[in-house]
Structures are given as structure tokens and as C-alpha cells.
Design a binder for this molecule. Sequence first.
Ligand SMILES: Nc1ncnc2c1ncn2[C@@H]1O[C@H](COP(=O)(O)OP(=O)(O)OP(=O)(O)O)[C@@H](O)[C@H]1O
Ligand SMILES: [Mg+2]
Length: 568
Amino acid sequence: MAATDAPVSRIRRLPDALVNKIAAGEVVERPASAVKELVENALDAQARTVSIDLRDGGAALVRVTDDGLGMTVDELPLALERHATSKLARDEDLDAIATLGFRGEALAAVCAVSRFTVTSRARGAAEGLRLGGEGGAVIQRLGVPCETGTTIELRDLFFNTPARLKFLKSPPTELSATLRALSQLALAHSEVQLRVANNGRPVLTAPAAATLKERIGALWGWDLAARLLTVDRAEHGIRVAGHASPPDVSRGGRDDIIIIVNGRPVRDPALLQAVLAAYRPILARDRFPLVVLAVTLPPADVDANVHPTKAWVRFRHPRLVQEMLVAALHDTLQRPTAAPSTVEWAASGAAAASSRETALVGAQSALFAETAAPYTKAAAFGRVLGQVQDTFIVATTDDEVFFLDQHVVHERVLFERLETDLATGAAPSQTLLFPDPVALPPAARALLERWRGPLERLGFGFDDGPGGTVVVTAVPTLLKGDEPRRLLEAAVDELGGPKAGEPAVDRALAFLACRAAVKANTVLAREEMERLVAELAQTRTPFFCPHGRPIVSRVSMGDIRRELKRTW
Ligand SMILES: Nc1ncnc2c1ncn2[C@@H]1O[C@H](COP(=O)(O)OP(=O)(O)OP(=O)(O)O)[C@@H](O)[C@H]1O
Ligand SMILES: [Mg+2]
């Protein structure tokens, strides 16, 4: 082989400009991602006001101006380089990230794929510095008088990456993606004022808000915000707080389910599923809730460093976070105010929901609520068709098919009936003619003493028997068929279990309702099913049992028709 034919190495180090372009490809997918990065930087710099000017949804121009800390003349050139950040100093910082940014990549990335101008003046500095250039290379450097804060302008996004440019959608589509990203950040940071204009016209204005509800009002409308329910639960070092729609306010898509983790809007399929699971019993399959939930937990329990756009996070205890979300939503959705009137939730389905929403918009809403149609009984679940597996009652309206868990239905009915009894005195009680002494271990006796008050209000009667035994002198009428000894043991067992924090009477009530309710695997006559379903429809909370389990599974006829390709 001739010397001149010696193989040349095919592997070479890429020039910096190309490396930056490749890296930018991961961070900047479309104008929305550039806007997101710039606004996140402004928020990290403690801005109070952020103004965003767009042309063509951001494809032609993105200009983000903030009144935050700004950068000094020494910092600014560094900020444009890759792997340069003020947000991480030591290795350990990566384990507990407290800022939105931390990779030191975003500015370098957006500048690598645009014609850019970056102007900044640090607090206390006499004047600002402006750097301009394109494709990541700085061409111009200029001292300028300007306000404290930072303005970053990107023109002609992807001008030097034709492949990416080709994938840009129409300006309205890009604008809507940009506004979606901005709304999420706006919801995560209510205290910051945001102004967004596109082609010179204001498209989103959110004044600094004192509460999340106020912010939701500015973004989604005040009437809607007023109808949302409050969510707030803190446990195990995790807090879940925010707002969620009642069952009669819903959407055709999932865009308005927003989950924020330590100030960062995230896309997390498992958390999304948790929200959907909480709503499953109360929404038809093709309807989705509006939810804004802020999850706050120690930074060391979340890893934000799992995806270049930082839209995904990983939790140290994912199951716990999911369960907290479901529990927080259950708390809210089980509250009596969450259940719409029978009339409203009977008419589900897209058409009904949208007409209802329209009807409620505007100044008339209060009036409308007051003059709502009269309470029509038992229309909600429609006609009872029968029983499946001796456990589920099947009923149908024109729009939906319902599967109701007979035990849980009955439990809910009894629970509310007992609540009413208690509100007007004591629950009905049956005195035992031949009471038996029951021997209980000391721990169980102590527990019984603790629960004596609520149990007596529910209709139990106790006396001290010989040799430290307990004599059951009366039982709630609902449980008169139950053997007193087994009943007492079950009560002690249940009340001694976890959930120590719940109100005593509620737990005793739930125990009683569960004990007395018809069991699964029990054949029911049609009249019994009809009565149960009619009674359920009249409860205040027909969606969850007192323990928080769902009562109803529903399938919309719309889904069934679509699946079977029915065109009418
Ligand atoms: N609007 C701004 N105001 C003040 N400082 C800023 C601003 N934007 C960027 N900086 C500074 O420039 C640095 C680099 O910004 P860049 O967005 O590239 O990285 P980052 O925010 O640290 O991390 P990430 O790549 O995850 O966003 C930041 O760490 C910050 O110090
Ligand atoms: Mg950043």
C-alpha cells in the first residue's frame, strides 16, 4: 500500500459552534422553549415584572425584558457561554436544586440558533452592557444606558438550522404553544407581573397576584376561577395546594391540568394519571378537569436534572407523591360543595357541559345559580338495568352507562342518614334484653373508653361487667342483627387502626355505615337496587364512600359509539 493511501482518522473533534448548535437542538425545540428559558432566567433573577414581545408567535422575534438583578459587565459575556451558571457552585448543589435553571446551557443554546442582542445592567452599576451577534458568536459589544435588569432579544430563530426551521408550524400554532408555556409559568409564579404581546397586540396580561386564585382569574376568567374548589393538604413533608374544578366544570382535553413541583411546571405522566384517577368516578371518560396544583417538597427529594428542557422531574418517593395528590383531591372532591346538584350532573357529556359553561359565564351567573331547576329526584343514574357478579349495579342514561358498587352505594347512603340522625339527636338504638359480658384485652378496653362518647351517640350502650368485662347493653338499630361480641371486636379493631387524625365521630360513623351496608356477592332484587340508586342520587356526595373509595365507574355512550364506529 502506498504511503499516500495511509488511512486518515475519520474521527475529529467538532468545532465549538457546531457543538453548541447540536446542544441547542435539545434545549430549543420551538419558539415556546426559547421563551420558557428566558422567562425562567428572569424569574431566577427575582424579577417583579417580565414583559414579552413576540412576532409570529416567537419565530420572527422573542424579546424578554425583566427588572431583576441584572448582570455585571464581567458576568454578561460568561452567561452566553455553555456550562456557565451562577446557580450551582458545588457538586452537592445539584442534589437540591432551588432555582429553575442550573445547567448553564440555555442562553448559549438560544443564542446559538438566532440573531441575538443581550442587554443587562446589574443593580448598583452605572450603565449597562449590550452584546450582539448571531449563531452564538458575539460580534458587537457596547456600553449602553439602560434600566436595571435584563433584555434579551432573539430574531429569526433557527435561521442557521434549516432542518429545525422546516418543522416550525404556522404562527398561530407556535403562538398557542408559547402562550401555553407562559401560562404555566404564570400559574407557578403568581406574584410576578407578566405582559405578553404578539405582533404589537397584547395577548396575555397577568398583574401581580396575591393568590393563585387571582392569577387563575386573570388567565382563565373570573367566573371560572370563582367556581374552582380549593385543595390543600400537607403530610409527610409534602404539601399539595391549589385549585381544582368541581364535577360540573370540565374540558374536552388535558391542557388545563397543571402540576407544579417546587415552582417548576412539570410534565409527569404518573402525576397526571393520579389526577385523572381522582376524577374518574365523577367525570365521563371523555371529559377532563381543570386543575392547578403546586406540590412542594424538600428539594433533595426531587431530581430536576433528568431532561434537557427540565420539563420532567424524578422523585425520590414517587408513589408517595402520587398518593398525596389523589388524597388531596379526594379531600376536596368529597366535600359537600363539590357535588353538583342532581340536575347538573345528570346532564353530562360535551354538549351539556359546554352549554352549562356558557350559561354560567358573565354577570348572570349568580342569578342562574339561584334560579336553577328544581331538585328532581333520582334522575342522575337513569334506569337500573340489573346486577353484575352480584356486586355491581348497572344503570344507564342516554349518555352514559354506570357501574355502581352496591356495598359502597349503601355505605354512603347510611353514612349520610346517620349524620342527619346525629344532627337532630342520637342515632336510633336497640336495647338488648339479654346482654352478654364480653372479655376484652386491656389495650382494647382503653380504646373503647376513648371512643365511648362517639359510640354512645351512635346508639351503643356499655356497662362494666364482672371481672373487667364489658357488657353491651344496646346497639345501633342498623346493626341489630349483628352479634354484639363480634361487633364490639370489629369496632375496637377498626378504631384502633391507622387514620388516628380523623375526627372521632366521622370514623365511628364510617365504621357503622360500612358494617351495616349490604355486602358484595349479595343478590339484590330489582326494587332494592332501584331504591339504593335513588337514595344515592339524593346524597350530598354520591361519588365517594366515607373511606374515600369511588362509588361509580362510568362509560360514556360517546366513547362506545366511537369505538364501534357508529356515526349517529
Ligand atoms: N434575565 C437574567 N437576569 C440575570 N441574570 C441572568 C439572566 N439570564 C441569565 N442570567 C445569568 O446567566 C447565567 C446563564 O444563564 P442560562 O440560562 O444559560 O443558565 P442557567 O439559568 O444557569 O441554567 P439553565 O441552562 O438550566 O437555564 C445564569 O446562571 C444567570 O447567572
Ligand atoms: Mg436558565
